[in-house]
Design a protein around this ligand. Structure first.
Ligand code: FAD
Length: 290
């Protein structure tokens, strides 16, 4: 299949990318191309121009900053999975990256492309919402930082406006009494999340002092599970307490569950509690006696 014709521009720097976006209204950014190129070939997207940000060095790399990490938007899944800095500071993100797709996808796909595309079945959005990540953006209105809770706005819809470029993702460290985990029911062919569940659990003297529990894959965009979180907070984290809290996951998801040829909405809603339970138990370091 061939895409509709488009002009191709190769940005040499972040400023050059911004200039090219301004000069070509409606142009799309090209990162790893693993989501955009299929859309072009299926003619679900027909932009007049692409701005390739592959050569932009400022958008790559992983830095330790106060409180966590700053990960450049063009950093690949493979680089995140292999990074000793990510493994030490926020191991859950390295483990999440390692389970995306296959080696070809991980070597081309970027964290910025993944969150900007906001596929409901993507892994990073779910994990980053649970971690309380932030997204640095530049655009015609200047630079701004968007919290993960404001970034994902709908099915494949984010807070990014026209002409804006996601430059970096701020990821808080997982340290002290905090534990984090991401688990998924992976589609057997693509490895996309049919159901994804992330948990970040704070504990003090075996009591849960805070919980961010998020699901993706079965909902149009990642969402926290308020009833599950409320049922954990203040509790001693035993296997029974985790099982009881996770049982609220299906009702938290409610009528918004997605279905497709691979798994119906009813099936996903019916089993989501299993993945939520596994994520909480792994984050809290509790064996479930399975
Ligand atoms: P692109 O395809 O280049 O861009 C995607 C969109 O984001 C475009 O609209 C583009 O304009 C925009 N964009 C890109 N970068 C920026 C930026 N810096 N600022 C603003 N907008 C930007 N993902 C998973 O999470 N889990 C999986 O298991 C998984 N399996 C996959 C299996 C296959 C076979 C394939 C092809 C993909 C799979 N993916 C999976 C998706 C993969 O992770 C993609 O790489 C990712 O969704 C998009 O990243 P990209 O760098 O390729 O972005």
């Amino acid at each position: 299949m061939f895409p509709a014709s488009f002009a191709y521009h190769r940005a040499s720097s972040l400023a050059d990318a911004q200039r090219l976006l301004l000069a070509n209204p409606g142009a799309r950014l090209l990162a790893g191309g693993h989501s955009l190129i299929p859309l072009l070939k299926l003619r679900l997207a027909t932009p007049d121009a692409l701005v390739d940000i592959g050569p932009v060095a400022e958008l790559r790399g992983i830095r330790v900053v106060q409180g966590g990490l700053a990960i450049g938007a063009m950093t690949t899944h493979a680089e995140i999975a292999a990074s000793p800095i990510v493994r030490d500071t926020c191991g859950v993100l390295a483990r999440t990256a390692a389970r995306i797709g296959d080696p070809a996808v991980r070597n081309r796909g970027t964290i910025g492309g993944s969150v900007a595309h906001a596929d409901p079945a993507a892994d990073f959005p779910t994990a980053l919402l649970a971690l309380g990540a932030t997204f640095d953006v530049v655009g015609p209105g200047g630079p701004r930082t968007v919290a993960a809770s404001d970034f994902f706005r709908g099915m494949m819809t984010t807070a990014l406006g026209d002409g804006e470029i996601l430059t970096s993702i701020g990821v808080p460290a997982v340290a002290g009494g905090r534990g984090a985990a991401y688990v998924k029911l992976a589609h057997p062919a693509s490895r996309y999340a049919v159901i994804g569940a992330a948990a970040v659990i704070d504990q003090s003297e075996a009591l849960c002092t805070g919980a961010q529990v998020v699901v993706g894959g079965l909902v149009p965009w990642p969402r926290r599970l308020p009833a599950v979180e409320a049922a954990l907070t203040g509790k001693r984290l035993t296997a029974d307490a985790i099982r009881e809290a996770a049982a609220h996951a299906g009702s938290d998801v409610g009528a918004d569950a997605l279905g497709d040829l691979f798994a119906s909405a009813e099936y996903r809603r019916g089993v989501v509690h299993v993945y939520v339970e596994r994520a909480i138990a792994a984050a809290a370091g509790v064996g479930m006696g399975l």
